[in-house]
Ligand binder design. Structure first.
Ligand code: SAM
Length: 457
């Protein structure tokens, strides 16, 4: 049983009144486990026994499932291949907002506080064709985790940046939707994370509120006229939720933007603005808050003419052998890294890179060091890698786990050839036959560490 801070108990009791007992009882239960499948990397259902009914679907997310138990996810190669993402169920409701506001049109979306990548991997699966998703994280080590998760997810429409929101504000009017999943006091995570309860305090909640108000002007500046700001937190504190949303509406002269739904148990927020609270005694998930605003007017973004041109880069034959002519994509070179990006976004992303640190864009294809071409790990995980041009080898679970630990694995392969290692048809990464051994090219910084033998998965 978690030990709850008394000031928190007093506030929530005042807020929930008759329901407070049910709420605290729910906080004493184990947190539900849920995961979201990658629509672009189908995993056979028998490979995910922990997600099977009777626990079933997360009502507001087509790809979201509850798990009967918490398996050792790290020991499931399908997770490392980007087949699914372990995500708390309430926060999957962001997908409802995206569906409504994207409305089937190509769009640019900015996820301003994006690490570790839950909302970004969700949003990438919902993006209309021709869209771009910019995932930003200000804290460098967290941005590296965000990049890892997005590379594994495998979409070529994602860009990862690492920057202070104020630097992104110079892209005024550039985004149709901006997501601010704000850093908060984390009350909604007490059940999952005992540290959040230990570190909680009223001073922290007030500091979070101030920080949220500092973030929002940059988010608003980035929005195109007619665009939508989606604001969410994982706290119950109205001071960081409804009051911040109302502050933003007044400050920016924003229109309210509703997220209609007909799911049971979601509680309307205490505000004249449309917004929702998620409580663990009413919906099967953790604490969550979401609301949205619409920008009425402002200037649309236009790319400075001198930046509208991107340098021409030719794909070397070794890269073409793997990705073909890559029609619809523009090749780029960043240092010795060769990549491709959907052509309609090449100039915009180049411009973005002049404002904020660009950690990833499109698909990295490979390294060109010393005149030799070495395919990148991201290419192996790309959800549209043409498999015809690639030699692939399916492996069993023990071999897949050895590969992910970056240990030696063995099978016959023609010397000098790059071979894609797959598990249940999902790509895990590359090996290359050198002499009578296979060199394992799994990135060492992502190496899976495990002390015990595989369980459950
Ligand atoms: N959207 C993420 C997801 O779904 O996986 C979770 C985001 S988490 C609630 C908030 C993020 O905001 C953290 O990654 C944190 O590092 C970042 N953050 C902290 N301080 C910030 C600041 N001053 N400006 C922008 N982001 C900040």
């Amino acid at each position: 049983m978690i030990s709850l801070p008394p000031a928190f108990v007093r506030r929530v009791t005042g807020l929930l009144k008759d329901e407070a007992g049910a709420f605290f009882e729910a906080l004493g239960q184990p947190a539900p486990v849920s995961a979201r499948l990658n629509p672009r990397k189908p995993v056979p259902r028998e490979a995910l026994p922990f997600l099977d009914p009777p626990d079933g679907r997360v009502p507001w997310c087509e790809q979201g499932f509850y798990a009967r138990e918490r398996p050792v996810f790290t020991l499931d190669p399908a997770l490392h291949a980007g087949g699914y993402y372990v995500q708390e169920a309430s926060s999957m409701f962001v997908g409802q907002a995206l569906r409504r506001f994207l409305d089937g049109r190509p769009a640019r979306v900015l996820d301003l506080c994006a690490a570790p990548g839950g909302k970004s991997t969700l949003g990438l699966g919902l993006l209309p064709g021709g869209s771009l998703w910019v995932a930003n994280e200000v804290i460098r080590p967290r941005a590296a985790v965000l990049k890892e998760n997005l590379v594994k997810w495998g979409s070529d429409r994602a860009v990862v940046t690492c920057g202070d929101p104020a630097r992104l504000a110079s892209l005024a009017g550039a985004f149709d939707v901006v997501l601010v999943d704000a850093p908060c006091s984390g009350e909604g995570m007490f059940r999952k994370d005992a540290r959040a309860a230990r570190e909680w305090g009223e001073a922290l909640a007030r500091a979070c509120e101030e920080r949220q108000k500092r973030l929002l002007p940059a988010a608003w500046e980035c929005l195109a006229p007619g665009g939508y700001l989606v604001y969410s937190t994982c706290t119950y504190n109205p001071g960081e939720n409804e009051r911040v949303l109302e502050w933003a509406a007044r400050q920016f002269h924003a229109d309210p933007a509703g997220i209609p739904h007909d799911f049971a148990g979601i509680t309307p927020g205490d505000s004249p603005l449309p917004c929702y609270r998620f409580y663990p005694h009413k919906t099967r998930g953790e604490g969550f808050f979401i609301g949205a605003l619409r920008k009425r007017d402002g200037l649309p973004f236009s790319l400075p003419a001198r930046e509208a041109r991107v340098p021409r880069v030719a794909l070397p034959p070794a890269a073409r052998a793997l990705v073909g002519e890559a029609g619809g994509y523009t090749p780029y070179l960043a240092g010795e890294t060769l990549g491709i990006i959907p052509s309609p976004h090449a100039a915009f992303v180049q411009h973005l890179g002049s404002r904020v640190g660009l950690l990833y864009r499109g698909v990295e294809i490979g390294e060109t060091a010393g005149g030799k071409f070495r395919p990148s790990h991201a290419l192996a995980l790309w959800d549209a890698l043409p498999r015809e041009g690639t030699r692939a080898r399916e492996v069993d679970l023990p071999t897949a786990l050895r590969y992910l630990r970056k240990e030696e694995i063995r099978f016959d392969a023609p010397p000098g050839e790059w071979v894609l290692v797959t598990y249940r048809s999902l790509a895990l990464g590359w090996v290359k036959a050198v002499g009578n051994r296979l060199n394992n090219y799994y990135p060492k910084e992502w190496r899976v560490r495990m002390d015990d033998a595989p369980r459950v998965v």
